[in-house]
Design a protein around this ligand. Structure first.
Ligand code: PMP
Length: 447
């Protein structure tokens, strides 16, 4: 394979500096099989980040590889101006996974494209212009989405494009109105409130305030929300928030758009889509990443009524719905079902979170353990405070976890959240191995 020196030179000469590599000692990866990655020296890594939650069923899953191989010898690409049976087959399978009226599919190529299109659909349908998203949410990178994305580290310091507003984040750990995990004396873990968090109403009132006083009257087109925030470090909203937010935005004339780019395809375990765990049926759903197990594809699914309002101009997307991505997408859906991966997310996720909470009892630098299924986060803090662990320490921990054979994600508002979102095929041994390595690495920081 290529040497580190060669890639260093190419990187510094030909890659923009804003494209960063995540490790101090960069990884030169060679192969991936299911939940494992291998570097050029043959070192094996358990991939707890799944290529940023993209590898849903496993690296080079044999069934997906063979579906792709079969298609690659037949036909790669025709645009939507012709018909190709694979796309028709795929669309039927995909909509079967969606509830209610969500039956019309736009095929695109990335999460950013999906969310960009969703803003257009919301505006076309409502005739309104304003879009609300939640603080610290990540929805993609484009000039329009600089307004939708509210993750500070990914936002260019440009004015927020007109018509985008950010609602206060109902974060049970760090939110300004607290929640079930706002006090360190309370038992951390997933939301245990019997009915609704005490803070839900406050956040809902702020959203209402925004709808009544900031968004000019009658101008709300839509509200975007992730079902669990991804880039922001597995932030879960208090019970009842999304349901009420959904009702409220509808009442004011907007639509609700669920960004399922990270939380979809069974990952949260309890349901195929994250929004189902909140008891909400969105008007528009955007999906990417896990939809193709790493193959570049994405989709927007909406209702007939909304799609019917999007006819002022013809819609065209050159690569959206190409035959290769349809073949891959179809096999991904098959594998999730055949290998019961949603069920695996549920049972292993419950086991994983239990083990992590055990770890938290022993290591006070773990300020919060949260998430659902195989979409988990560990927020690292200065022991017995809520102050984020200094970035130097985070970097050392992060690098050391890698040196022990595990690739983990990092994120959150203060970049102090370890993110766990592996391919959904991991097993109990992988969880036990992960917990033992986290234990070993984190041990040195409990001062
Ligand atoms: N939405 C969410 C929730 C995401 O996490 C991401 C990517 N991190 C996107 C949208 C954008 O997806 P893409 O990078 O494929 O454009």
């Amino acid at each position: 394979g290529p040497s580190m020196e060669q890639t260093n030179e190419i990187k510094s000469n030909f890659f923009p500096p804003s494209v960063y590599n995540i490790y101090k000692t960069p990884l030169l990866l060679h192969q991936g099989h299911m939940q494992y990655l291998y570097d050029y020296e043959g070192r094996k890594y358990l991939d707890l980040f799944g290529g940023i939650v993209t590898v849903s069923v496993g690296h080079c899953h044999p069934k997906v590889v063979s579906a792709l191989q079969k298609q690659i010898h037949t036909l790669w690409h025709t645009t939507n101006i012709y018909r190709h049976p694979k796309i028709y087959e795929y669309i039927q399978k995909l909509v079967a996974k969606l509830p209610g009226e969500l039956k019309v599919v736009y095929l695109v190529n990335s999460g950013s494209e999906a969310n960009d299109l969703a803003t257009i659909l919301a505006k076309a349908y409502t005739g309104n212009h304003d879009i609300i998203s939640l603080q610290n949410g990540y929805h993609g990178y484009s000039s329009a989405l600089m307004g939708l994305t509210a993750t500070q580290s990914y936002r260019m310091p440009l004015p927020v494009p007109p018509g985008f507003y950010h609602a206060m984040l109902p974060d049970p750990f760090r939110g300004i109105w607290g929640g079930c995990r706002d006090s360190l004396s309370q038992v951390p873990g997933s939301c245990n409130c019997p009915d609704e968090c005490v803070s839900t109403e406050k956040y809902i009132n702020q959203l209402k305030e925004l709808l009544e006083n900031s968004v000019p009257a009658g101008r709300i087109a839509g509200l975007f929300a992730e079902s669990i925030q991804g880039v922001n470090g597995a932030v879960q909203f208090p019970k009842g928030y999304l349901k009420k937010a959904h009702e409220l935005v509808k009442k004011y004339g907007g639509v609700y758009i669920a960004d399922e780019v990270q939380s979809g395809f069974g990952r949260t375990g309890d349901a195929f889509w994250g929004f189902e765990t909140h008891g909400v049926t969105p008007d528009i759903v955007t999906m990417a990443k896990g939809i193709g197990n790493g193959f570049p594809m994405a989709a927007v699914v909406t209702t007939k009524k909304i799609a019917a309002a999007h006819t002022q101009a013809m819609y065209f997307n050159t690569f959206g719905g190409n035959a290769l991505s349809a073949a891959v997408g179809e096999s991904v859906l098959d594998v999730i079902e055949e290998e019961k991966l949603q069920e695996n997310c549920k049972t292993l996720g419950a086991y994983f979170i239990e083990q992590l909470m055990q770890l938290q009892k022993e290591h006070p630098i773990i300020g919060d353990v949260r998430g659902k299924g195989l979409m988990l986060g560990l927020e690292l803090v200065i022991p017995f405070t809520k102050q984020p662990l200094p970035l130097n320490d985070i970097a050392t921990i992060f690098e050391s976890i890698k040196d022990h054979g595990i690739l983990i994600g990092i994120g959150g508002r203060y970049n102090n959240v370890l993110r766990i979102k592996p391919p959904m095929c991991i097993n109990k041994d992988d969880v036990d191995f992960s917990v033992s390595i986290l234990d070993k690495v984190i041990k040195n920081f409990n001062k």
